[in-house]
Design a protein around this ligand. Structure first.
Ligand SMILES: C[S@@+](CC[C@H](N)C(=O)[O-])C[C@H]1O[C@@H](n2cnc3c(N)ncnc32)[C@H](O)[C@@H]1O
Length: 306
């Protein structure tokens, strides 16, 4: 494992201890179709999340900086972006591929439309393809020099099919970059969330962690190794620091209340979420009153596969 930003180490024994008691083993199951039909009918939540990262991060190197390094681009490559979302990352990477070719791929029509608008008018050729990442049959063998999947693999129903397909469409010598988090990323958010749920005697079903438990930085190496000769794990960290509780609450909402509002298997009323938000807000405000900000520590990174 390599650690690129050694200066940015926010881990403390206290945070590790918190993660060991707060992060549950069980995680939410969220099918790609459910995510498309509930979470990605428009890109407002994704837009909000990206804005929060831009405004509140403390690592000067953003996600796209790390990805640009991982992709190791010459400027002429053909790149496939699986689960391109609103095209924010593609637009950031595009100047490094000015003489290349971009294919934006997503299961959600609303995401593809947002990506199309964001890249509208750029001279670099761009294609927009709707589909699911476990079936890339629209692409011929050896079509791409680079494939990336950024914070999307946990939605893919059949990861074995997905990695087989990525291997097939990737040219010899090409690279697949899969970005994801560790399961204990943002433990501070899970802590205030679960504490509020406990105060409310919320249904047991809600005491689960993010669907990223399916594939994460923590368990991805074993899942990728059967398909790629080389799998390198790169870890890096960031810390979002919120000086106002309302700023954090916008992020918490964009995370679907830690998945509690994204088809968890129980029906929850609007009043439930009002109560939950008030309790979370109070805990976040208490942290701000004590130390000046509420911190969310991100343990994130990517796999470079070839
Ligand atoms: C959290 S967003 C990430 C978007 C973008 N990669 C980024 O990092 O900004 C996940 C995206 O993956 C898409 N997605 C989910 N499951 C998918 C699948 N099976 N195949 C293709 N796209 C999928 C969603 O529609 C959504 O746009």
């Amino acid at each position: 494992m390599s650690f690129t930003d050694t200066a940015m180490d926010f881990r403390t024994p206290e945070l590790d201890a918190l993660a060991s008691v707060v992060i549950p083993e069980q995680h939410f199951e969220l099918r790609a179709e459910d995510a498309r039909d509930s979470y990605f009918t428009d890109t407002s939540k994704l837009d909000a999340k990206q804005l929060v990262h831009d405004r509140f991060r403390t690592n000067p190197r953003a996600l796209h900086d790390h990805l640009i390094g991982a992709l190791d681009l010459r400027g002429t490559e053909e790149l496939l972006d699986l689960g391109c979302g609103n095209g924010e990352i593609l637009a950031r990477i595009r100047p490094y591929l000015a003489a290349g070719h971009l294919t934006a791929f997503d299961i959600a029509p609303a995401a593809l439309e947002a990506a199309r608008q964001r890249l509208d008018g750029v001279a670099t050729p761009c294609e927009f393809v709707e589909g699911t990442a476990d079936d890339l049959s629209v692409f011929a063998n050896d079509s791409f020099d680079r494939v990336m999947a950024v914070y999307m693999a946990h939605y893919v129903t059949d990861l074995d099919a997905c990695f087989t397909e990525v291997r097939r469409v990737l040219r010899p010598g090409g690279r697949f970059v899969l970005a994801t988090d560790r399961t204990d990323s943002m433990v501070e958010m899970w802590n205030v969330h679960f504490a509020a749920l406990r105060d409310m005697n919320a249904p047991e079903m809600l005491f689960r962690a993010t669907p990223k438990g399916r594939i994460s930085l923590s368990n991805g190496t074993g899942q990728l190794t059967p398909y790629f000769a080389s799998v390198e794990r790169v870890d890096w960290q960031d810390q979002l620091q919120f000086g106002k509780a309302d700023a954090f609450m916008a992020f918490y909402r964009s995370c679907n209340h830690c998945c509690a509002s994204s088809k968890p298997g129980v029906d929850l009323s609007p009043a439930f979420f009002t109560d939950l938000e008030e309790r979370v807000h109070a805990r976040v405000q208490a942290a701000i009153d004590k130390v000046g900000y509420f911190a969310l520590t991100k343990y994130t990174g990517h796999f470079i596969c070839s």
